[in-house]
Design a protein around this ligand. Structure first.
Ligand SMILES: C[S@@+](CC[C@H](N)C(=O)[O-])C[C@H]1O[C@@H](n2cnc3c(N)ncnc32)[C@H](O)[C@@H]1O
Length: 264
């Protein structure tokens, strides 16, 4: 297990500003300049801890799942502990489930199951989360965590490529009030297109899409990674699609909420 590396605009900026303050100190810049740099660092570095402090604590089951994820060995895997959404985003998803009165939730990209369990805990009796995950071992890891929690019984895991799972769910006539997309970034636009073109969404369904700020890449004037390009293209496509209305919330690495346009 290693310490989590910065993977959100806020934590990346905090790490940069910490380095900058060190460099400015070494260079012996005037105290007023160093003071302003430190103030900027403190504003950014203090944000996430303050959000944590002001947000209702996570359940013991979620805290346990997060701890198990942090202490697992991820080296040699394409998966990493930083993929876990975590406390504040989990609580936000819990609010979304309750505010939309969702009883049927779909997750695309489950990892060790933090967001799936956070949403399951907010469901009414009889509700379900269908969670799609490509990686068989991580799905088994999540199942073990779910088995330790009553809300875990409400989660149905579909292992395999999410595009195939979506086709199967559509063929079965399944419908969802809330969808959380958090899988391969190159697949995002295809998942949203399938959701909008099929009967998978209930009329007032909300689609929440994670990592739409992708470590600030889409709005920085620097070379983009493949994931950055995929998210930039996704954000442009959503903004240009008259069928939907959306808001990009700067929560963690960016979370876009999408619904069918009231005019469509
Ligand atoms: C960022 S993680 C999900 C984090 C999780 N939602 C949470 O909050 O803890 C992305 C997950 O999507 C999965 N994934 C990637 N490509 C996929 C695909 N084509 N179909 C289904 N799952 C996929 C990965 O294996 C990984 O576990």
């Amino acid at each position: 297990m290693s310490d989590a590396r910065p993977v959100t605009p806020t934590t990346i900026a905090a790490a940069e500003l910490t380095e900058l303050c060190r460099d400015l100190d070494d260079l012996g810049v005037p105290a007023a300049v160093l003071g302003r740099a430190r103030r900027a660092r403190d504003v950014i570095a203090g944000l996430d801890p303050y959000l944590d402090e002001c947000t209702t604590p996570e359940s013991p089951a979620l805290a346990d799942l997060a701890a198990r994820t942090r202490s697992a060995e991820w080296s040699g895997s394409t998966l990493e502990q930083e993929m876990l959404s975590g406390h504040v985003e989990g609580r936000f998803l819990d609010f979304l489930v309750r505010m939309t009165r969702a009883s049927s939730v779909l997750e695309i990209g489950m990892f060790t199951g933090y967001s799936a369990l956070a949403m399951a805990e907010a469901l009414p009796p009889g509700g379900t989360v269908v969670a799609c995950e490509l990686d068989e071992p991580v799905a088994a890891f999540a199942r073990q965590c779910f088995d330790a929690s009553p809300a875990g019984e409400m989660i149905e895991i579909l292992v395999g490529p999410a595009s195939e799972s979506l086709t199967r769910l559509a063929d079965e006539g399944r419908r969802f009030d809330l969808v959380f997309i958090d899988a391969d970034k190159a697949g995002y636009l295809g998942y949203l297109t399938t959701l909008l073109d099929s009967e998978l969404l209930t009329p007032d369904a909300v689609v929440a899409v994670d990592n739409t700020l992708l470590q600030a890449e889409p709005y920085l004037d620097t070379a983009m990674s493949d994931n950055g390009s995929a998210i930039a293209a996704f954000n442009r496509a959503v903004a240009a699609d008259p069928r939907v209305e959306q808001v990009l919330v700067p929560l963690r690495d960016g979370l876009t909420l999408i619904r069918r346009s009231s005019a469509s």
